[in-house]
Design a protein around this ligand. Sequence first.
Ligand code: KIV
Length: 271
Amino acid sequence: MSIHTRTKRITVPQLVAMKGQQKIVALTAYSSAIAKLIDPLVDFILVGDSTAMVGYGRPSTLSMQLEEIIGHTRAVVDSTRLACVIADMPFGSYQESNEQAFRNCAQVLARTGCDAVKLEANQALAGTVEFLVARGIPVMAHVGLMPQFVNVMGGFKAQGLTAETAAVIAADARATLQAGAFSLLLEGVAEGVARQITLDSSRPTIGIGASPACDGQVLVTEDVLGLGGEHLPRFVKQYADVGAVIRDACERFAEDVRHGRFPEARHCYGL
Ligand code: KIV
C-alpha cells in the first residue's frame, strides 16, 4: 500500500509483507512535534533508547529508564495515526529473565498502545524472544552493533568486519528469527554480512549503517535534521541544517527583546 493511500496505522504483519515489495522507511521520534511531522512519511517510527543520548544528553543509552521510554512512546502513539510505532526496551528491562521481559514489554504495550518492541537480542536472548512472541508480543531483534553492549565492545564500533564476528552476527540473526522475531534491525554491520542475512531471511531487515542491501533503512531523526551534535557516525546522511534555522530564529527573538521590539501592540491584550 502506498503511503499516500494509507488511512489507518500500519500493522506489524503489513510491515513484514513489505519485504521484497517495497523498501521500508523508518525514523526515530521521541516527541509529539517530530512524531506528527514524520507520521505520514514513514512506515514505522522507532522510539529508540537513543533518546538517552539525543534527548537527554547522556553519554550512552544505558541509563534509559522504563518509565522514560513509556512516556516518550505514549507521546508518539498519541500524536500519530498512520505509522507503526515500535518502542525500544531499555537496558536492564528484559535481560534478567523471561518473566521480567514479559512483565516490562507487556507494560510498554498496554500503557502506550504501541505496536511492537525492539530488543537488542543475541543468541543468549533468543529464548526470551521466543517467550515474548508466544505470549503476544511482537519483537524486532536488534543485532550487530548493540549500543547496550558498549562497555563490552569498548565503544561504538562497526561489526562483522572479521570472519569471526561476521559468523556471530549471522548466528544471532538466525537464532532470533527462529525464535519468532518479525524483523531484524542491523546496526553497523558490514555490507556482505547484511546482504547475506537479508537474502537468507523471509522477514525484513532494517539497516542503520548496514548498507543498501537491507529491506529498509532507519536513521535517528535529529541526525537527519542536523540536530545530532558534531561527531556523526559515517552512516548518517544529514538532509537539513535545522540547527541553523533554530539558532537564527532564537537570535532574532533575543535581539528583539533586548531592543524593545518584542512584544508589539498586536501581541498584547487590551483592558
Ligand atoms: O535507539 C535507537 O534510536 C536505535 C537506532 C538503531 C535507530 O536503536
